[in-house]
Design a protein around this ligand. Structure first.
Ligand code: 5RP
Length: 224
């Protein structure tokens, strides 16, 4: 395992300390979350009683593989905890998310959680967001018009592709990866984008994180 993967494992596994018996947990997406789900599965095998709501089909598959019981929002509308990764985290813990294309469900889950724990390897820490192009989920109908409107806000949007076809999210939408350069005011940019017809959600998670766990190859910093 390389150093970056070790750092993801450290952060993912360390998040287990926030999980208590009886909790309903939002399960984020991505390779750091993988380590959290794997660890959670081990404890479920030992008798821990929890239920998870997955934020993507991939996360659902991992939860089933590791024996983590699942539920959905028809059963409960509040979560005790959500744990998720990020593509960037700035010094105020504003996040860019959506590198894996699961940003809408991830945000619904984070917003429904009493506590939102973010797990990242140290490479994700930045002074200001923006080096990672901002993922914006848009409706397929008229996406070209929506992309033009986003470009008018100062971005260079690129529609995400997967093996030569347009990438579709678990919600059946497209993702525009939008290079805005340095994002000086993440919350304000999010609000501007949300006002554009055709925009479903943005990958800016501003002021949502309650705890930030930063993994290193040999340990983890817990910031709260
Ligand atoms: C998916 C996400 C992920 O949390 C983000 O891409 C980080 O992934 P990884 O832990 O694999 O680096 O937002 O939509």
């Amino acid at each position: 395992m390389d150093a970056k993967e070790m750092a993801k494992k450290q952060a993912g596994e360390a998040s287990f300390r926030f999980i208590e018996n009886g909790m309903t947990i939002g399960l984020g997406s991505g390779s750091t979350v993988y380590w959290m789900i794997r660890k959670l599965g081990e404890h479920v095998c030992d008798g821990l009683n929890v239920a998870g709501i997955p934020s993507s089909r991939q996360t659902e598959a991992w939860a089933k593989e590791f024996g983590v019981p699942l539920t959905d929002f028809s059963q409960t509308q509040t979560l005790d905890l959500a744990i998720d990764g990020a593509d960037e985290a700035d010094q105020s813990w504003n996040l860019t998310k959506g590198g894996g294309g699961a940003l809408v469900r991830e945000k619904i889950i984070a917003a429904a959680a009493e506590q939102f724990v973010v797990i990242v390897d140290e490479s994700k820490l930045v002074d200001q967001l923006g080096a990672f192009p901002l993922p914006v989920e848009v409706l397929p109908f008229g996406w070209e018009v929506t992309a033009e409107r986003i470009a008018n806000l100062g971005a260079k949007p690129v529609v995400r592709q997967n093996n030569g076809s347009l990438f579709t999210s678990d919600n059946g939408n497209y993702i525009l990866d939008c290079d805005f350069g340095t994002i000086h005011e993440p919350a304000a940019l999010h609000q501007q984008l949300k006002q554009l017809v055709g925009v479903v959600e943005t990958g800016i998670f501003a002021g949502m994180a309650d705890k930030l766990l930063v993994g290193h190859p040999d340990g983890v910093d817990i910031r709260d």
